[in-house]
Design a protein around this ligand. Sequence first.
Ligand code: ADP
Ligand code: MG
Length: 223
Amino acid sequence: MALVQIENVSKIYQTGEVEVAALSDINLAIEKSAFVSFVGPSGSGKTTMLNLIGCLDKPSSGRILVNGKQVDLFSRKKKAAFRGEVIGFIFQSFNLFPVLTAYENIEYPLIMIKNEPAQKRAEMVMDVLESVGMLDQKDKFPDQLSGGQKQRVAVARALVTRPKLVMADEPTANLDKASSLNIIRLMRELKDKFSTTFIFSTHDPRIMDEAEITYTLVDGKLS
Ligand code: ADP
Ligand code: MG
C-alpha cells in the first residue's frame, strides 16, 4: 500500500463572495521512501497540496490516506497527534528557536512529542547531527550559523523523531544556489539512510531536477 494516497481531492477557499479552487480533483499515490517534488508557479496550489498531505488542513472533497489512515476524517486533536508521530516538517524560513543551540533545537521534538529518556535523546540527537554534518556546530546558536547550516539543523530536527514522512514547503527559498543544491542532495541521501519519504515543493528551476518523481501543478490541476 502507498504511504500517501490522494483520491479525487479538491480544495476550495471561500473568501467573502469569491471561491478559489486551489486544487481540483487530484489523484496520486506516493510510495514509501520516495523523493517527490511538487513544482509549479506561485499560486498553483503547492502549499495547499503539502498542507493537506501534512495533515495541517483538510480537503473540501475527496479522501487522503497517510500511512494507511484516512486523515481527512481526523479531528484537529487527532491530526496533531498523528503529525507528531508520523510527519516531520522543514520550513522555508528554518523556524529554529533563536535562544536554543543547534543541539537543543534538534532535541526539542524528542522532549515535546516523544518524551524519550535523556540518554536515548542524546544518542538520537548526536546521530542526526552527524548525518547532516553538523556535529562541530552543535553548540552554536542559529544566528551564528549560515542559512545552509540552519537548514541542516532544521533537517536534523525533522528527522530526529524518525518520521515516516518529511514535508518541506519551498525549503530552499531562502538559500543561495550552492546551499540549495546541497540541502536537496542531503535530503535525498537521508531519504535512503532513514528510509523516510520526502515530499518538497519548489518553483526554483535549479532544484526541480533533483527529485526522483515530480508532479507539476498548474492552476490547481496536475499537468
Ligand atoms: P503556491 O504554494 O503554489 O504558491 P497556494 O497553495 O498557496 O499556491 O495557493 C493556491 C491558490 O489558493 C492561490 O490562488 C491562493 O491565492 C489561494 N489560497 C491559498 N491559501 C488561501 C487561503 N487561506 N484563503 C484563500 N485563498 C487561498
Ligand atoms: Mg506556496
